[in-house]
Design a protein around this ligand. Structure first.
Ligand SMILES: [Zn+2]
Length: 169
């Protein structure tokens, strides 16, 4: 009979836990799922992004007769704009960017932070969803109805975006 007892005990504490969390004003599963959809929507709108940073860099040209070598306190030639980021294996990689690139690169770097923030939030919401969904419950993931195979060369998706692929006449 001890076996039954133990089973009941496990059941009880197991039921208790979700009930407790509900008191702590957790949003409902539906609300969480709505949040997740919203975040994925925002993620799709982030656009081009890249990691890293832009910094200015001065350097000496190496010519002994140049001011950069002769004048004490000369900062070196520059500034050059360098985009650098940590690549695979933790190596820092950099590339000089042209002045006319700067604004674009900075905007793309900022977009990365939006991307990273959103993906952090998505991870958070997902964890909350995992915790809120009871075991055995099916995941109501409304798959976008698979569109019937499009016959022509028109590949699915937004028509406005795939437009640039048309060759100039
Ligand atoms: Zn020099």
């Amino acid at each position: 009979m001890t076996g039954v007892d133990a089973g009941q005990h496990i059941c009880w504490s197991w039921i208790k836990r979700p009930a407790l969390e509900m008191i702590v004003t957790e949003p409902s599963l539906e609300e969480l799922e709505a949040q997740r959809r919203e975040l994925f929507g925002q993620l799709a709108d982030v656009g081009d992004f890249r990691r890293g940073s832009v910094h200015e860099n001065y350097r000496r040209c190496g010519k002994s007769y140049c001011a950069c070598a002769k004048v004490p306190g000369h900062p070196g030639h520059g500034p050059r704009l360098i985009w650098s980021r940590t690549g695979p294996g933790g190596k820092t990689r950099g590339r000089q960017i042209k002045p006319e690139e700067e604004q674009k690169v900075r905007a793309e770097l900022e977009a990365y932070y939006r991307f990273a923030e959103l993906s952090d939030q998505i991870v958070e919401v997902n964890e909350a969803i995992c915790e809120a969904r009871p075991p055995g419950a099916s995941q109501p993931q409304p798959r976008p109805a698979t569109p019937p195979a499009v016959p022509d060369g028109e590949r699915g998706g937004s028509s406005s975006r795939s437009r640039r692929s048309s060759p100039p006449r």
